[in-house]
Design a protein around this ligand. Structure first.
Ligand code: SAM
Ligand code: DTB
Ligand code: SF4
Length: 330
């Protein structure tokens, strides 16, 4: 059985990344089978609970107020509507419901809204995940007490390339939020994006940062840039799919117990490319017609894919966390 290591060197990761493609995918699949059922995929559904007008300057993002992406901004959506969407996600076979907001960080006045949402979605029997930007310690603790299972906050790219992509928050700000999430007792969902115009060294650097966290993120989304008209990265050269799959395969090898998520960009992949990504150890994805603001593969296409490949969607895990009424009231 492969040991879980947190002391990977960059050189080791680079050597894994650069080996012949088939050797890499074979090794990833071998390790995958030690830790997971190879035919089971964890399925999550995403919902944007507050869309657009974000003050941050992430150069890939449709939701930044700084670029003219033609996205129509929306106010916070009502909790009732969120619950309705969560019920539909459950009925469609999702085990986790991820709620995202275009915030730099949640404002205190938003906390009762998100806490109520967490406990109501959790009460449906779904795992809960949120991505709301940076958190402070107290916000992380309250989200945990309300029953939030996962918090998504990506490192996005290597430390070296980071300032080319985002200038309004630092790489260390992101690590701090991940620390608060972990200390509060939630599971960490953290990964990045490929295809931002970064080098292979940067993809290795991102993987190195993730795999040397004191505890590996339980969930590692590997997004491929979805180019958005009006953003600074709209015209960036498309990355080869094999580079995305290499990134997934290395993530599987160096974080053997984590769920590796074939994330944004999946809509542009053929069924056989997706099969290759599963072969490389991806075992989680977002289903549904939409991600946050861009189109996704859709349940119909996913059902066909699952049937074709004999894949099974993982069942929702039993509700282990206690809901705290105190957290709701504060
Ligand atoms: N505002 C919060 C934040 O940035 O932490 C949460 C939402 S944000 C949209 C979540 C993640 O989605 C980003 O960190 C990025 O990795 C990914 N993402 C956003 N836009 C993308 C795009 N156009 N293509 C691929 N991934 C994207
Ligand atoms: C993640 O890593 N990818 C998801 C989720 N976490 C929140 C978001 C993808 C967003 C893709 C672009 C959009 O739909 O706006
Ligand atoms: Fe805002 Fe998140 Fe988009 Fe950055 S990625 S602009 S923080 S919504």
């Amino acid at each position: 059985m492969t040991n879980v290591r947190n002391d990977w060197t960059r050189q080791e990761i680079e050597a894994l990344y650069n080996q012949p493609f088939l050797d890499l995918v074979f090794e990833a699949q071998r390790i995958h089978r030690e830790h997971f059922d190879p035919n089971t995929i964890q399925v999550s559904t995403l919902l944007s609970i507050k869309t657009g007008k974000c003050p941050e300057d992430c150069k890939y993002c449709s939701q930044s107020a700084r670029y003219d992406s033609k996205l129509e901004a929306e106010k916070r959506i009502a909790v009732d509507k969120v619950i309705q969407e969560a019920k539909e996600a459950l009925a469609a076979g999702s085990s986790r419901f991820c709620m995202g907001a275009a915030w730099r960080n949640p404002h205190e006045r938003d906390m009762p809204y998100v806490l109520e949402m967490v406990s109501e979605v959790k009460a449906l029997g779904l795992e809960t995940c949120m991505t709301l930007g940076m958190l402070n310690q107290s916000q992380a603790e309250r989200l945990n007490s309300a029953g939030l299972d996962y918090y998504n906050h990506n490192l996005d790219t290597s430390r070296e390339y980071y300032a080319n992509i985002i200038t309004t928050r630092t790489f260390d700000d992101r690590l701090n939020t991940l620390d608060f999430v972990r200390q509060a007792g939630m599971k960490v969902c953290s990964g990045g994006i490929v295809g931002l115009g970064e080098s292979q060294q940067d993809r290795v650097g991102l993987l190195h940062e993730l795999a040397t966290l004191a505890i590996h993120p339980e969930s590692v989304p590997i997004n491929m840039l979805v180019p958005i008209e009006g953003t600074p990265l709209a015209e960036v050269e498309k990355l080869e799919v094999t580079e995305w799959i290499r990134t997934i395969a290395v993530a599987r090898i160096i974080m053997p117990k984590s769920y590796i998520r074939l994330s944004a960009g999946r809509e542009s992949l053929s069924d056989s490319d997706q099969a290759l990504a599963f072969m490389a150890g991806a075992n989680s994805l977002f289903s549904g017609e939409k991600l946050l603001t861009t189109p996704n593969a859709g349940e119909g296409r996913d059902k066909q894919l699952f049937d074709k490949l004999g894949l099974i969607a993982e069942k929702a895990k039993p509700n282990v966390k206690q809901l705290s009424v105190d957290a709701m009231a504060s």
